[in-house]
Design a protein around this ligand. Structure first.
Ligand code: THU
Length: 160
């Protein structure tokens, strides 16, 4: 019998003023994207921006449905938007923010499990890490240098 320890590393920023100006602009784009979220059921809006290595910024937001499971998260809207338009261009960074119509979201909102799995697919495909920044509408911003920090032991194509 053996035990192993898995260590994840995150950078915590007190607020967006601690980000460099490039990252701060990208986070603002995520907030812009959040405005077009369609979240009449959860009243929880998520916005995402991502930057590709060709400099393109791609946006996404959550899109809900009266048949609840047919809705989709902002992260997957954004990465599939990127993958469908620029399949061979690497994703460098993803910015995620969230707010609610019923309360102030003052804690960083991390991507859900399905979105982590989807991000992991593209990190594996491009063989280069994707930085992931996530926040609420106010407060701290957390950065992971790779999806591996958010999803250790992920299932991937090497296991098929
Ligand atoms: N949501 C996202 O867009 N991303 C996540 O990572 C977590 C949840 C959305 C899905 C749904 O529209 C709403 O937030 C509440 O779960």
């Amino acid at each position: 019998m053996n035990e192993i320890k898995v260590i994840s590393k995150f950078t915590i920023y007190e607020n967006s003023n601690e980000l460099n100006s490039f990252d701060k602009k990208l986070l603002l784009k995520a907030f812009e994207a959040k405005k077009n979220a369609y979240a009449p059921y959860s009243k929880f809006s998520v916005g995402v921006s991502l930057i590709l290595e060709n400099g393109r910024v791609i946006l996404g937001n959550n899109q809900e449905n009266a048949a609840y499971p047919s809705g989709i998260c902002a992260e997957r809207v954004a990465i599939w938007n990127a993958a469908s338009q620029y399949p061979e261009i690497k994703i460098q960074k993803i910015f995620i923010c969230a707010s609610s119509q019923t309360r102030t979201v003052d804690k960083p909102i991390p991507p859900c499990g399905a979105c982590r799995q989807s991000i992991a697919e593209y990190e594996t495909k491009q063989a280069e890490n994707i930085e992931i920044f996530f926040t609420g509408e106010t407060g701290k911003i957390i950065k992971a240098n790779s999806i591996g920090d958010l999803l250790p032991f992920s299932f991937n194509n090497s296991l098929l």
